[in-house]
Design a binder for this molecule. Structure first.
Ligand code: SIN
Ligand code: FE2
Length: 212
């Protein structure tokens, strides 16, 4: 690991599972911080409320979304894209330093040094919400990895291949788990099965990316 980043071994649940080359599951990596991260999300959602945005085809998404950071991922009838303003024209709330630090630390643990995200998409899944298979490809370049933090209700992550038709692996995710993918896996298809009811109201996912 390059110097200048926090060292990692002290973190709880520091097991690294290679999903495939370029894709790593860090179980429990954010477990201790989960409640604090969810409190940060609640604050962000006051300034930039969760919205069920519509796909370019006009279908409302079951997952409600907001963002923080310099750029936020949005979708409407004009397409998928990053925007420096929310759909009401206001700048997105700043990315908490904790989010940026966690993302850099997780990326480093997965083998990607110096990750510096400028965008954090926050997904909220109520029971029944799902994310169909897709690639993350609205970013300006694909050199940086993606860091995906699971909070709240458990879910089954679908990890596909380079083609939509590749049969996805089912990866169970719990609150505090982080998946990092980049390099040869940067454009793999992925999604989330419908989230089941459980002990808490919903699942959140932070997707930290370098958009521009
Ligand atoms: C996504 O890929 O956009 C979301 C992944 C997740 O919620 O775990
Ligand atoms: Fe995605």
């Amino acid at each position: 690991m390059k110097s200048g980043r926090p060292s990692l071994p002290e973190r709880e649940g520091n097991a690294r599972e290679l999903i495939e080359p370029g894709a790593v599951l860090l179980r429990g990596f954010a477990q201790r911080e989960a409640a604090t991260l969810m409190a940060e999300i609640a604050g962000i959602a006051i300034a930039a409320p969760f919205r069920n945005m519509v796909t370019p085809g006009g279908f409302p998404m079951s997952v409600a979304m907001t963002n923080c950071g310099h750029f936020g991922w949005i979708t409407d009838r004009s397409g998928y894209r990053y925007s420096s303003a929310d759909p009401d024209g206001r700048p997105w709330p700043a990315m908490p330093a904790r989010f940026r630090g966690l993302a850099a630390c997780a990326a480093a643990a997965a083998g990607f040094a110096d990750f510096d995200p400028d965008s954090c998409l926050i997904n909220r899944y109520i029971p029944g919400a799902r994310m169909s298979l897709h690639q993350d490809k609205d970013e300006a370049d694909f050199a940086a990895p993606i860091v995906s933090v699971s909070l709240g209700l458990p879910a089954t992550f679908l990890w596909g291949g380079a083609k939509r038709s590749d049969r996805p692996r089912r990866v169970p995710l719990e609150s505090g788990d982080i998946v990092v993918w980049g390099g040869p896996a940067r454009l793999n298809f992925h999604g989330v099965e419908p989230v089941a009811n459980g002990d808490v109201a919903c699942r959140y996912n932070l997707t930290l990316r370098k958009a521009k």
